[in-house]
Design a protein around this ligand. Structure first.
Ligand SMILES: [Fe+2]
Ligand SMILES: [Fe+2]
Ligand SMILES: [Fe+2]
Length: 422
């Protein structure tokens, strides 16, 4: 079976910004351990309180999206844990600034950068120069974000059905902070919003996505992304991965450079090269879900740790198919551990089921991994790398033609693979 790729991107890609925000926040969920769906709950609650405030539909939808992606600057599991344990935390500003910078890199999301930058700033400490709209959305996200923390703490010792009975007690924990951390006007609106049972019920995991998608359907979030915007979206996501694991990110950047160089040698068109570069940049995004201790472990992995590690291509596929629907990016990226003789994972594809782009990405992934200094071994020389890969060709695992090109250019590619910095 031959799999053909559609070249949808040359004419621009239709995306739904609401869906993209939803996927970004789901990808961030992978970082959380105890606190799944935080971004989605905050987004929805922000929208509901905005409704009580009488904000117009456009502003409500702005609040929903900004709320969903508010924590895009958090990536390390340790930093995340602090955010869900404490109401105020000294280091919190860091992920706000980083998140704002990430969003500015992707033009359609740049409008949310201001609200994200100030979502842990006290109301009475917001800078004077900040416009009124941004300060209110930022502070509302701060409020619903902290409500979510209080709610999670409550649920750690109570059944979910008790929430309705105890809603006043939950919100009362934040009452002393109205006027300092939170604008009194926003806190009052929150007190109105919580009177509706639906406010609490629809944030339960069972109903959450349906509530978000229904809400999103009331506004047109669709747009056409040109090729540059598509690359910018990829870069933004790759920066999120970088904050979680610089080690993985460094690997991904170099694999992206390698695929770009090898596809030039193979005579791919510029656009096909760029698309594959993007897939290479994000091929390990599923590792967001792999705990830091496993990614950075200096010794060999235990069986359980290996089982956890083996999941990442499937997680990559889920994230990338939602972010770049109708493109081959998710397929190229998630097939990077497949082998031509069918011994790879997660699908066990073989022969023609693995297309040329994937074969290039796989070879570049292996080449870079062998060149990279790992916590458990030093860096191999170019001739050692090529010798190992030749054995893989002989075992029928990787493409012989692409391998020959890599072997013939091993010194140049070795430099590309081991370069430091972005
Ligand atoms: Fe935050
Ligand atoms: Fe948060
Ligand atoms: Fe991988």
């Amino acid at each position: 079976m031959k799999i053909y790729c559609k070249d949808t991107v040359s004419t621009g890609m239709h995306i739904d910004l609401g869906r993209v925000a939803h996927t970004v926040t789901k990808a961030l969920d992978y970082v959380g351990i105890d606190d799944q769906s935080h971004g989605r709950r905050v987004g929805l609650m922000t929208h509901r309180v905005a409704h009580e405030l009488g904000w117009d539909r456009e502003t409500r939808h702005f609040s929903l999206i900004a709320g969903m992606i508010h924590d895009c600057g958090v990536s390390s599991t340790a930093a995340h844990q602090k955010l869900v344990d404490e109401i105020e935390w000294k280091g919190a500003g860091e992920h706000c600034l980083r998140g704002g910078d990430f969003l500015e890199g992707f033009p359609p999301f740049a409008q949310y950068a201001g609200a994200v930058r100030f979502h842990h700033t006290r109301w009475n400490e917001l800078p004077d120069w900040l416009d009124d709209g941004t300060r209110r959305v930022a502070n509302l996200i701060f409020l619903t974000d902290r409500l979510d923390v209080v709610r999670s703490a409550y649920l750690s010792t109570h059944h979910p059905y008790e929430v309705l009975r105890h809603r006043d007690q939950i919100v009362a924990k934040l009452a002393p902070l109205s006027g300092t951390l939170f604008a009194p006007e926003l806190f009052e609106a929150l007190n109105q919003a919580i009177l509706r049972d639906s406010f609490w019920l629809e944030t339960e995991d069972e109903f959450l996505d349906a509530a978000i998608f229904e809400t999103l359907s009331f506004w047109d979030h669709s747009m056409t992304l040109g090729f540059d915007d598509l690359l910018a979206l990829g870069e933004m996501i790759s920066q999120i991965v970088d904050a979680k694991s610089p080690f993985t990110h460094d690997h991904s950047l170099r694999v992206a450079d390698l695929t770009y160089a090898v596809t030039n040698m193979l005579g791919f068109t510029p656009q096909r090269r760029q698309m594959l570069r993007l897939a290479a940049l994000l091929h390990d995004i599923g590792k967001l879900r792999t705990p830091d201790e496993i990614l950075e472990k200096p010794g060999a992995l235990t069986e359980t740790e290996r089982d956890i590690m083996l999941r990442h291509p499937m997680d990559s596929k889920m994230v990338l198919s939602a972010l770049f629907p109708g493109t081959p990016i998710d397929r190229w990226a998630s097939n990077h551990h497949e082998k031509l003789n069918g011994t790879g994972y997660p699908f066990g594809w073989s022969g023609d089921q693995i297309d040329e782009e994937t074969r290039v990405l796989t070879i570049c992934d292996i080449f870079q991994a062998l060149c990279q200094k790992r916590p458990y071994r030093g860096r191999l020389r170019a001739d050692e790398v090529v010798a190992i890969m030749r054995n893989m060709v002989e075992a029928g695992e990787i493409d012989p033609t692409i391998f020959r090109i890599v072997a013939a250019n091993q010194d140049e590619l070795y430099k590309t693979a081991t370069r430091e910095g972005r």
